[in-house]
Design a protein around this ligand. Structure first.
Ligand SMILES: NC(=O)c1ccc[n+]([C@@H]2O[C@H](COP(=O)([O-])OP(=O)(O)OC[C@H]3O[C@@H](n4cnc5c(N)ncnc54)[C@H](O)[C@@H]3O)[C@@H](O)[C@H]2O)c1
Length: 451
């Protein structure tokens, strides 16, 4: 939430001025009056609130519609964000929202099992789309989303890996690519967050005002339970992808970017849901290792990525120096999330907004970088300019990162290491693992084979 506070404080000043040249004099590529971009937010219980707040701060952008299957959320959300403004249209069924010709762009902020289908339907309806991370619930879906992005070239599609908009991440990648750490052979992703047990919750009648069939969408029919509904769905494989696909996908993205790799040839993940007896399926301790072909060739040289998820008491493995980081959310007694990169000349530690390098045998402080960006503003400006690259959310990059999450989860669930063919995107002679590259879709909520 600190990041959102930053957006609120600055977007009316510096960011608004910076965007002024793009606001006028551009060819009209959207349908709102006076170059206004009319955005809809789909899924408003948790992170959707941050999307509404962020778009509301951007000049000439109107949050014109909200969509959620839980109608109980509309009154409070409208009260909170739309005082003195035109109230947004509300939709329960996202398909009716996509029929609304007055909407230019949508943010998909639903649970993960809906992301790809919602994004593909939106693209097919001609809407620009920002889709929250992870952009796909499995590898098949990610491939389809990439195909859709390639086919519908005039649509801006932004992956939700918001750290790609941060100057700190951009300078991290440039420093490493320019050889600042020498030959980088390994990256580490760290996702330590204190999370308590979710306990047990019984099956119960669907709450009044909730369209649970639409909430389930592509997932199998199930009775309602609070432990599989708002937020707690993250810990159930039918909807979420565990913390590796939740907080971890951000650090996975940075690790993969810094390392300069796409898909691995081997993955091994182990862990468990330790300490607690509750309704959670997904692990709260996970260690995943990946082996990549070296993109620069180099005989049998490989690149390695090691990722760790932990949910209980944590150490501050990611020391950025004595002053730590201003962002205590990312390095505190309860949380440590970020990356380490190791190269032939030294190493780098990075959290969300800042990185530092330590070079030579004595690990002297080397170059460093910091800076926070605005992924929402980048999306809007990309819509105005028609230039996808400036959205800083290439969907193919998003897919590659999600693929690592899914591969590690498959290895964990099968309980063994797996050999993967990064070119054909299938496992090597492993039908059981291949079956987990996709899932059974509940009609009519089917991610199409042909987009
Ligand atoms: N980028 C970030 O830093 C960040 C942070 C938090 C969450 N997220 C992402 O945001 C997404 C939502 O997470 P959350 O914690 O807000 O979950 P949540 O369960 O609190 O909210 C999801 C909302 O989507 C609604 N919904 C479900 N199916 C729908 C459908 N078919 N149509 C319309 N609405 C539907 C639910 O009713 C709920 O209101 C997740 O994908 C998560 O990964 C991103």
């Amino acid at each position: 939430m600190k990041r959102r506070a930053f957006i609120t404080k600055t977007s009316t000043g510096a960011i608004a001025l910076a965007s002024a040249p793009l606001l006028w004099g551009q060819e009209k590529k959207f349908q709102g009056a006076n170059d206004r971009i009319r955005v809809a937010v789909i899924g408003i219980h948790g992170m959707g609130q941050a999307h509404i707040a962020a778009y509301s701060q951007i000049p000439n952008v109107e949050v014109a519609a909200l969509c959620d299957v839980d109608q109980n959320l509309f009154p409070e959300t409208i009260q909170k964000h739309f005082k003195g403004k035109t109230p947004p249209r509300t939709y329960v069924d996202l398909r009716r929202l996509f029929d609304d010709k007055s909407i230019d762009a949508v943010s998909v902020v639903t649970p993960n099992h809906w992301h790809t289908l919602a994004a593909i339907w939106a693209i097919q309806a001609g809407k620009h789309v920002s889709v929250e991370k992870p952009c796909c619930h499995n590898i098949f879906e990610g491939r389809k989303l990439v195909e859709a992005a390639e086919k519908y070239k005039n649509i801006i599609i932004q992956d939700g890996s918001e750290q790609r908009s941060n100057p700190s991440s951009q300078s991290m990648a440039k420093f490493i690519q320019d050889g600042g750490l020498g030959e980088v052979y390994m990256a580490k992703g760290i996702c330590y967050k204190r999370r308590n047990t979710i306990g047990h919750a019984p099956d119960e009648p669907v709450p009044v005002g909730v369209d649970y069939d639409l909430w389930l969408g592509p997932a199998p029919q199930r009775p309602f339970s609070k432990n599989r509904f708002h937020y707690n769905w993250h810990w159930n494989w039918e909807y979420g992808n565990g913390d590796l696909g939740n907080q971890g996908v951000h650090e996975m993205d940075m690790a993969r970017w810094g390392l300069g790799v796409t898909l691995p040839m081997r993955v091994c993940a182990m862990g468990g849901h330790l300490m607690f007896q509750d309704d959670q399926d997904t692990p709260n301790v996970l260690i995943a290792s990946f082996e990549f072909p070296n993109p620069a060739g180099g005989g049998d040289k490989k690149k390695l990525l090691q990722f760790e998820v932990r949910h209980w008491f944590v150490n501050r493995e990611l020391e950025l120096g004595p002053e730590q980081s201003a962002n205590t959310y990312m390095t505190s007694a309860a949380n440590t999330v970020g990356n380490l990169f190791y190269g032939s000349k030294g190493y780098m530690a990075k959290n969300v907004n800042e990185w530092k390098s330590f070079l030579g045998p004595n690990l002297e402080a080397g170059p460093s970088g910091k800076g926070e960006g605005d992924h929402y503003l980048d999306f809007i400006e990309a819509i105005r300019s028609g230039n996808r690259a400036t959205a800083h959310g290439d969907i193919k990059e998003g897919f590659y990162t999600c693929a690592l999450v899914h591969l590690a989860n498959i290895s964990y669930r099968l309980g063994r290491s797996l050999d993967f063919d990064p070119v054909n995107m299938r496992f090597k002679n492993d039908a059981a693992a291949d079956a987990m590259l996709t899932r059974n879709y509940r009609a009519p909520f089917v991610v199409p084979d042909r987009v």
